[in-house]
Design a protein around this ligand. Structure first.
Ligand code: PEP
Ligand code: MN
Length: 351
């Protein structure tokens, strides 16, 4: 249930409306927009049926939320959610590029990649220390050593760090090093993990499962948010179809669909979507044109020798071309590219 308050509602009126709802055993969530304030009511809506809600002072409209996701739905928040990651703002006016290797391989390659992508305008560093691999015999990441390298490179470059957490037992460990906790496609419906990352204070980058609908993705976000963590960033990374020319099928339409359905920021991952480096730029351009708030891109100093996802990782030169080529698409979408000409200084807020 969503209650829209009248223009100029007073704080006393707001408090009173919330008290009336909470007395029925529901939780309330206030969202202040430029023009209106909405109160989301979470819980058993049937308990509100007998209440004359429209007669409570300050109430202008009452709407049931028919969607299964509530906190994540656009109706629930009057303004878009902007998630701060270091000095970058995801979901704001600027398009944000997050770049880095698929896996953290060693300190030198991580440092070199971070410095390069930062100098070209990336605002956060990606890199997996815990890697979900289809085969148990593939490289599965450096674990905590990899997290330490990410933290070291963050201290040197100021780039906030996005890295995957695969297991409920590792949430506190990964959260103690990372700025953003990535939930991978294979774990999008791991409800224990979603619940656990909902309890920590780090933003969560939630990747769409390869056979998940956009509604499934929003319900996964709802899990995280319902535990008290409002800072969820969604990511379209391609889904499984019958097509074999690409690693996955990039679901471009998911971007405007999600932007319409939710107030959360939406990123695109053109690297995993296409699985081929020649597709990264065109898919990035399309994603930005379709309204993506940012991109998650794999970059490696020597993709031929990458321990994971070399075929889809950009060289430094290709990353430069991507960043240069993005500009007109960003402008056409009415956005700007979040870009620092020089690497930002080490951020004070980092863990
Ligand atoms: C990744 O970002 O490296 C990754 C494993 O992605 P996904 O979960 O989308 O496959
Ligand atoms: Mn990868």
């Amino acid at each position: 249930m969503i209650i829209v308050t009248r223009n100029g509602v007073t704080q006393e009126e707001l408090d009173h409306i919330r008290e009336r709802i909470e007395a029925e055993g529901l939780r309330t969530h206030v969202s202040r927009g430029e023009h209106r304030t909405v109160i989301g009511c979470i819980g058993d809506e049937e308990r509100l049926e007998g209440l004359p809600l429209l007669s409570i002072p300050g109430v202008a409209e009452v709407h049931p939320v028919l969607k299964p996701y509530k906190l994540a739905s656009r109706e629930f928040s009057a303004a878009p959610t902007v998630v701060s990651v270091g000095r970058a703002q995801l979901g704001g006016e600027a398009v944000v590029v997050v770049a880095g290797p698929c896996s953290v391989e060693d300190l030198d390659m991580l440092r070199e990649t971070a410095r390069h992508v930062a100098s070209r305008g990336a605002r956060a560093l990606r890199g997996g220390a815990f890697k979900p691999r289809t085969s148990p015999y593939s490289f599965r990441g450096l674990g905590e050593d990899g997290l330490k390298m990410l933290a070291e490179v963050r201290a040197e470059t100021g780039l906030p760090v996005v890295t995957e957490v695969m297991d409920t037992r590792q949430v506190d460990l990964v959260a103690s090093y990372a700025d953003v906790l990535q939930i991978g496609a294979r774990n999008m419906q791991n409800y224990s993990l979603l619940t656990e990352v909902g309890r920590v204070r780090r933003p969560v980058l939630l990747k769409r499962g390869m056979s998940a609908t956009t509604a499934d993705l929003l319900l996964a976000a709802e899990y995280v948010m319902s535990q008290g963590n409002p800072n969820v960033i969604l990511c379209e990374r391609g889904i499984r179809t019958f097509e074999t020319a690409t690693r996955n099928t990039f679901d471009l339409a998911a971007i405007p669909v999600l932007k319409r359905e939710t107030h959360l920021p939406v990123l695109a991952d053109p690297s995993h979507a296409g699985g081929r480096r020649d597709l990264v730029a065109p898919l990035s351009f399309a994603a930005v044109a379709a309204g993506a708030d940012g991109l998650l891109v794999e970059v490696h100093p020597d993709p031929e020798r990458a321990v994971s996802d070399g075929e889809q990782s950009l060289t430094f030169g290709e990353f430069d071309e991507l960043m240069a080529g993005l500009a007109p698409f960003v402008a056409a979408a009415g956005r700007t590219l979040a870009k620092d000409a020089t690497p930002p200084e080490a951020s004070e807020t980092s863990p």
